[in-house]
Design a binder for this molecule. Sequence first.
Ligand code: GLY
Length: 441
Amino acid sequence: MSAFTVIGKGGREHALATLLARTQTVYSFGGSDAIRAIAPALDSGRSVALDRPLEDADLDALLSQPDSTLVFGPEQPMAAGWVDQIRLKNSDVHILGPNQFAAQLESSKWWAKEFMIRNSIPTGEAVRIKSIADFDRAALRFEPPYVVKADGLAAGKGVALFDDVAPAREFVDGIVSGDLFGTPQPALVEEFLKGPELSIFLLLDGQRAMQIGTARDYKRAYDGDAGPNTGGMGSFTPVPDISAADQETIHKSVLRPILEGLQRDGIFYRGFLYVGLIRTQHGFRVLEFNVRMGDPETQAVLPTIGDDLPNLLEWAAAGQLDRCAELSNVEQEEENFYRLQPQHAAVCVVLSTPEYPGSSNGSQPLPDLDTQTAQLPQGHYLFHAGTRQDQGEWHTHGGRVLNCVATGSSVPAARNSCYALIEQLRDLPLRHRSDIAAAIE
Ligand code: GLY
């Protein structure tokens, strides 16, 4: 048996901790009450700021189980340099997460864009904007709608689309002045790309890569992709409209150049990499990289990996992903590149407060989730995304509260099971979209 420490507190991390804890010892750091209930907290329940460098006492606490593999959930600690701090203190610890330099693939949109341009990875055209004068020049080059991005991390609020120049200019002004996200930072204006999106999840060990899943998420709050943007209201895996020929194209034009580019540019990358793609009429383009798994995509993808999950994470963190060649459900695409065949399809539906993405009025009591979780049939999961425990009772704590997940032999089968499970959950003061994975055959 191995040991893992899961860092982070959302539904993605609860899924990681839950699935690993089935067969392994799991600790948590910066976790939620639900995570701490299955994975003892190395932080002793103290609140840890994930977006700042670790204080010495917290670093010591995190390394108090030095034989456990550290698995980073969210991007902020990697962008804040935790991996570098840990390495300086103990170079033997196995870590699944990139260092601060490599984490710029997510923490600086322009850095990522330059990486793609240098390595001929197809992506939309973009201009870096440091002032309103830069924007006024750039606006002449692009057709509406205008895609504007903050260069740095912005808690999911750094990307916006505008039909008109004036509000785009105002958004840029807020970014470069610091009024919107605290500190002044550059912005990007990008070419608008149209088409279906898909996410590919890679696991890298510093030298090799494995595709562990494909997924699509639903960002809008309401059915029919209506309403405001959210952190994600549901997801499904695998993406069925990707043919073998598409997969081959994506591999050759995107995934292989990523691995080669990391090596050519001397970027040591060990951890998850989320490749956000769009299929345009001119072919696949990379929209973004994230140095983590997606949320709520993780909650669907990880259950499809089955019992191999701990081994894969351990091998990647130890720089030994080639050991996966012994698994029957792994295909070797080419030297140093593997693809995992999912064992199932899965659908995740997010149960949120009625007000989400607006904030709610306080915390609402939830029914006995522990009994409901204990009674779940095989292949069904109820992950906690935003809950807290008060005197033994569960309460809402945040907008996205629970993630209901079911696996199945196909996406429609998983979808039926997932919605049937939601029907059975009683007395929840929560709402959900009813069309997750609806149009998928
Ligand atoms: N679901 C999108 C993300 O995790 O960034």
